[in-house]
Design a protein. Sequence first.
Length: 108
Amino acid sequence: MRPSTAAEYHALYEAYLQSTLGEPSRRLVADAEVVDDILAETMEELYYEGLPPSEGQKLKAATMFILPQLKAAGPRSLPKSTQALKGWRKLDPPRSRLPLAYEAVILI
């Protein structure tokens, strides 16, 4: 993992904890069920703010990076947040790009 990605994950997780727990990230939540509940609620809030699902995916990846014990449990480690992200993607599907103009195709 690139150092810039690790720094982005740390900053994202720090902001996530600050907004949900109101405390600095030094107090990491170790219980997977509590983390999953808070993460699912946060994803719901991000959805209602109109953000794309990629923001939720980044938040989940940052959480798994910071708390590697969650990654050890496998894909069933965060079931509520996984379901929230899946529903978010269904409600906000990716948008396709507009087709190229005929003139652009001719120039290619």
